[in-house]
Design a protein around this ligand. Structure first.
Ligand code: NAD
Length: 429
């Protein structure tokens, strides 16, 4: 199939490479010319395990993927996937301006096309966005009858950064929300070779499946962190409790790793957006989800409280930060717990020495007051306290922590062993 993808970020580029690798013909369109040029050279603008090699292969060897900043290229495709970012506004609602711009661009180009074409929402949006915003805009700018001359569908992405290629190419399920049946059939055709459950719904239900899935994942994390905080007071190990719970198939053992809380570009943003819409547009106050958000915000701050318990006033104390990315195997620091923790520590006058194997570039840009080190060893030398905030494998090296004060936010060390060689404190164990 000939597929155009709008937005060459994590979702757009990973989807593009995954689909090109399966034999589809892909054009990725982005407003950022630096990204476009990099992709056309076969260089990935984002870091994900294995992405560079596959991208190079698609661009250079078989020519199945190319990038452009020209929306006109959409005319050479049958389906367009919208993968632009939908970031939070300060009130928690989603900023849909990139969605609006892309839909206007798609609509304008499709006004020149005679054949049927399908436009698919793949970005995460609040339920109702495709019906209330995207469909009317497409109709207006294309001059076509949406649902007959122009198809619309919603096909949310469930990939996980850090293992993006694997989770995008081999999803647990595929959700297809269809405005018109033909659009759903065409999206179904993209996934002909994948044998996972496929659920076809209306467009708003598909959007809600994505929102509810992310809200549930955040609930699981805040739940186990709260249980961890209680367990710590009881002198019980929350990881043993989680293991015992996880054997129950109704509960499952995933997303029960207590720690410093969730971050990243999706979970906090999507939780806040659902809260905002619920309260402001639907007059329903989702108390459980409000608590999920509050528990997560407070959990990260426990790292600072624990550091103060160990060191007293943090002014001029040398704090080492191991890990900046919101999770391992990604360079993404968007809404990473480490960033807010460093900000607070700097406000308290602490001296920060930070290290992350992949995420230093962006961190340097937004927090230039911290010192960035070339290695974990350098970051922890001459330190009053080490905070572990991302579970990169290289931070499991016990020799990094000998004789140090360590506050572990990710269960990177085995507590009983660690207590023998450092002053060890887990965030909630
Ligand atoms: P991103 O910021 O990495 O990439 C977005 C890209 O869109 C950027 O390259 C930007 O230049 C481009 N863009 C913005 N406006 C444009 C326009 N009008 N025309 C063309 N290009 C435009 O974002 P992302 O992480 O890929 O997320 C995209 C969407 O997918 C979001 O709604 C996000 O919530 C959702 N999502 C993300 C993930 C994830 O793990 N990152 C997973 C599932 C869903």
């Amino acid at each position: 199939m000939r597929i155009s993808i709008i937005g060459a970020g994590y979702v757009g580029l990973v989807t593009a490479v995954a689909l090109a690798t399966k034999g589809h013909n892909i054009i990725v369109i982005d407003v950022d010319n630096i990204k476009v040029d990099a992709i056309n050279r076969g260089e990935s603008p984002i870091w994900e395990e294995g992405l560079d090699e596959l991208l190079l292969n698609c661009v250079r060897d078989d020519g199945s993927l190319k990038a452009s900043s020209d929306y006109g290229e959409i005319l050479d495709s049958d389906v367009t996937l919208i993968c632009v970012d939908t970031i939070s506004k300060s009130d928690g609602s989603l900023n849909l301006s990139n969605i609006e711009d892309s839909v206007k661009g798609i609509g304008t180009v499709l006004s020149k096309k005679r054949d049927y074409h399908v436009v698919v929402t793949r970005s995460t949006v609040i339920p109702g966005t495709t019906r209330n915003l995207i469909v009317p805009l497409l109709g207006k700018y294309s001059g076509k009858q949406v649902g007959s001359e122009l198809g619309v569908a919603v096909n949310p992405e469930f990939m996980q950064e850090g293992k993006a290629l694997q989770t995008s190419s081999h999803p647990d399920r595929i959700i297809i929300g269809e405005y018109d049946r033909k659009a759903g059939d065409m999206v179904r055709g993209i996934y002909d070779d994948i044998s996972v459950p496929i659920l076809r719904t209306d467009i708003t239900t598909a959007e809600m499946i994505k929102s509810a899935s992310n809200a549930f994942l955040t609930t699981k994390i805040s739940f186990i962190n709260e249980i961890g905080n209680i367990c710590q007071k009881l002198g019980i190990d929350v990881y043993t409790v989680a293991k015992g719970m996880g054997f129950d198939h109704r509960i499952g053992d995933q997303f029960l790793n207590a720690g410093v809380g969730f971050g990243g570009s999706c979970l906090p943003k999507d939780l806040k957006a659902l809260l905002f819409t619920s309260v402001n547009d639907l007059s329903y106050r989702p108390r459980l989800l409000e608590a999920v958000y509050d528990v997560n915000r407070d959990q990260a701050m426990r790292m600072i409280e624990l550091a103060e318990q160990k060191l007293g006033n943090l002014a001029n104390k040398r704090i080492s930060i191991l890990g900046l990315a919101f999770k391992p195997n990604t360079a993404d620091i968007r809404v990473a717990p480490a960033i807010e923790i460093i900000r607070r520590l700097l406000e308290k006058g602490a001296l920060i020495a930070a290290y992350d194997p992949e995420a230093m570039l962006d961190a340097r840009r937004i927090l230039p007051q911290a010192r960035y080190c070339d290695s974990a060893i350098e970051a922890v030398s001459d330190s009053d306290c080490v905070l572990v905030l991302t579970e990169w494998n290289e931070f499991r090296d016990e020799s990094l922590y000998h004789g140090k004060v360590v506050i572990d936010g990710r269960r990177i060390l085995i507590p009983e062993r660690a207590k023998a060689f450092c002053d060890y404190q887990g965030i909630c164990w």
